[in-house]
Design a protein around this ligand. Structure first.
Ligand SMILES: Cc1cc2nc3c(=O)[nH]c(=O)nc-3n(C[C@H](O)[C@H](O)[C@H](O)COP(=O)(O)OP(=O)(O)OC[C@H]3O[C@@H](n4cnc5c(N)ncnc54)[C@H](O)[C@@H]3O)c2cc1C
Ligand code: SF4
Length: 277
């Protein structure tokens, strides 16, 4: 495998076939090791993707550890970063890479030929699915693992890539029969920056199996702006999930083993709304 370390966007694009973009590598390297991602060339984008915080603009190469301690970052995003992974992972892992992490579904990770891998069956729906989805789970019942993505959704963040400017919500899509991808990113498209509006108040609450270093069973982000409060959830759907209102939890479609997540979400949503009131 070849490692390239470009210093300009033009050099990133000017590449060989079958390339994969590498930032902190905390997600990608295990996937390469397990054979879940295959590549002839790794393109290290750390010399190209902006890193750091400038007002409401965050470089996609900024580490979670940098975001969690910066007082200019809205509380919901700081807390979501602080509660993610371990200190070591947060010191290596970038916010761009976090938004693009793959599902933790054990069937997918063990390379079962499931719907998300291009097959016809969701093994989790019929098998073990305690950590899986309660929304958007008709075809693939995986639960999106990113805490910061839920916070950024509630905050109404936008992304700037090397090709377009888009609301974060448009980065994600539910997998369909024709296209099993959970993002709308084109091959080789680079996330460069995030634009994160300053709310009047925001918060992130996370239920997990351990007090530290665990993926969200349910994460709830709330952000209050002049025109109202926005809610978004982590760990409840194959993609980060916008919750239109607390009542929208009544339209959840839990599996037998995930019904408890609806019960977990209700008080978390209530507490998050109280926190930003
Ligand atoms: C054990 C463990 C526990 C974790 N726990 C949590 C948790 O509780 N909550 C949580 O939210 N996250 C958790 N994470 C995820 C962690 O935050 C991510 O692994 C990390 O943020 C990924 O960033 P990275 O820079 O290392 O990405 P990489 O591993 O380098 O890349 C990840 C993916 O993103 C792509 N990519 C990276 N940057 C860009 C970019 N700028 N533009 C386009 N594509 C890009 C890569 O090609 C790759 O596909 C955990 C991870 C591990 C390994
Ligand atoms: S939840 Fe998704 S990733 Fe997991 S087995 Fe079902 S289709 Fe595959």
């Amino acid at each position: 495998m070849e490692l390239r370390q470009p210093s300009s966007l033009a050099e990133v694009a000017n590449g060989a076939s079958n390339t994969v973009l590498l930032a902190g590598g905390t997600e990608l390297v295990p996937l390469l090791r397990e054979g879940l991602v295959q590549a002839d060339t790794l393109v290290d984008i750390r010399g190209v993707v902006p890193r750091g915080i400038d007002g409401t603009t965050i470089g996609a190469g900024t580490m979670l550890a940098e975001l969690e301690v910066d007082p200019s970052i809205p509380e919901a995003l700081r807390e979501a970063c602080r509660l993610a992974a371990s200190p070591q992972l947060r010191s290596m892992g970038t916010i761009g890479g976090n938004l693009l992490q793959a599902t933790r579904c054990w069937y997918w990770r063990l390379q079962y030929p499931c719907f998300l891998h291009g097959g016809n069956v969701c093994h989790a729906r019929q098998g073990e699915h305690r950590e899986h989805a309660i929304f958007g789970n008709e075809r693939c019942a995986s639960a999106h693992p990113s805490d910061p993505a839920a916070a950024l959704l509630a905050l109404g963040a936008r992304l700037r890539t090397d090709r377009r400017d888009l609301p974060l919500a448009e980065l994600y899509r539910l997998p369909t029969e024709d296209d099993r991808s959970t993002t709308t990113l084109e091959p080789g498209e680079l996330i460069l920056e995030l634009e994160v509006p300053q709310p009047e108040a925001s918060t992130y609450l996370k239920a997990m199996d351990r007090a530290r270093w665990a993926f969200p069973l349910v994460g709830v982000a709330a952000a209050r702006f002049a025109d109202g409060v926005r809610l978004a959830l982590a760990g409840v759907a194959p993609i980060p999930w916008v919750l239109g209102s607390p009542a929208a939890l009544d339209s959840a479609t839990p599996l037998p083993g995930t019904a408890y997540k609806v019960d977990l979400a209700r008080p978390l949503v209530r507490r998050a709304l109280e926190a930003v009131a």
